[in-house]
Write a protein that binds this ligand. Structure first.
Ligand SMILES: NC(=O)c1ccc[n+]([C@@H]2O[C@H](COP(=O)([O-])OP(=O)(O)OC[C@H]3O[C@@H](n4cnc5c(N)ncnc54)[C@H](OP(=O)(O)O)[C@@H]3O)[C@@H](O)[C@H]2O)c1
Length: 194
C-alpha cells in the first residue's frame, strides 16, 4: 500500500518512504522515480504529511513517531481486519484504528484516508475512487483533501469527525467480502450523486 501510494503521490508531491530498515526503504524507493527513503523516524521528522500504511496488529509502533509528528497532518489508511473462515471481519468493537493513532500521537492532526482504495488500484492507470476522510476539524479535512486531490482519479469526501473512522474502516470489510462473494478481484468505493 505504501509503495503504491508513493507511486501516485510522487507525481505531484515530494515523497519519501519510511521503513524500520533504512536499506529496505531506499531499495523500494529506488524503484519509483523521484522518491527517497529512510527510517520511519527520519521520514516522519522530514515530512509535512505522514500516511500510515502498517498492519493493524503493529499499530503500537506509531507511538515512537509521536515526537516527530507533533502538529503534523497524519493520514491513517490502517484497517483493523481479521479473517473468520471465508469472510473478513472488523477486529475492534467500540473504537477505530484512526482513533488509536490519534491517541498515540496526541499532538498530531489525524484523519482517515485511502482505507477503502485497494493497493492494486495505485498500480493501474485509472485509479478512480472516493477517499473517505473522517477528522475532528474541517481544516484537517481541507489539508487532507488538498493532498488526496493531487492524485488524478481520487475524490476526497468529508464524512465527519474522527468518531466516524470506524464506519470508514468497516466499509473496507464490506467491500472485501462483497468482491470476494461476487467473484471480483477488487472493489473500491464511489458515491454517485443524483
Ligand atoms: N493492501 C491494500 O490493498 C490496502 C488498502 C487500503 C488500506 N490498507 C491498509 O494499509 C495497511 C498496510 O497494508 P499492506 O497491505 O501494505 O500491508 P503489508 O505490506 O503487510 O505491510 C506494510 C508495511 O508495514 C510495515 N510493518 C510490518 N510490521 C511492522 C511492525 N511491527 N512495526 C512497524 N511497521 C511494520 C512493513 O514495513 P517495513 O518492514 O519496511 O518496516 C511493511 O512493508 C494495513 O493496515 C491495511 O489495512 C491496505
Amino acid at each position: 500500500m505504501g509503495s503504491g501510494l508513493a507511486l501516485q503521490l510522487s507525481k505531484r508531491n515530494e515523497v519519501r518512504l519510511g521503513s524500520r530498515r533504512k536499506e529496505k526503504a531506499r531499495a523500494v524507493a529506488a524503484t519509483i522515480p523521484g522518491v527517497g527513503g529512510g527510517t520511519n523516524g527520519e521520514v516522519a521528522s522530514w515530512c509535512e504529511v505522514a500516511v500510515l500504511t502498517i498492519p493493524f496488529d503493529t499499530i503500537v509502533s506509531v507511538k515512537a513517531l509521536a515526537p516527530f509528528l507533533s502538529g503534523k497532518l497524519v493520514l491513517s489508511a490502517i484497517n483493523p481486519l481479521r479473517r473468520e473462515g471465508k469472510v473478513m471481519q472488523y477486529a475492534l468493537s467500540d473504537h477505530s484504528a484512526a482513533e488509536m493513532v490519534s491517541y498515540a500521537l496526541s499532538g498530531a492532526r489525524v484523519a482517515t484516508a485511502f482505507n477503502n482504495v485497494p493497493a492494486a488500484f495505485f498500480r493501474g492507470h485509472n485509479v478512480d475512487a472516493d477517499v473517505l476522510v473522517a477528522s475532528d476539524r474541517r481544516k484537517t479535512y481541507d489539508d487532507a483533501a488538498k493532498l488526496i486531490g493531487t492524485v488524478e482519479g481520487l475524490r476526497p469526501l468529508y464524512v465527519g469527525p474522527l468518531s466516524e473512522a470506524q464506519s470508514v474502516e468497516r466499509l473496507t470489510v464490506m467491500i472485501l467480502n462483497a468482491a470476494d462473494l461476487a467473484g471480483v478481484p477488487r472493489f473500491a468505493v464511489k458515491f454517485v450523486p443524483r
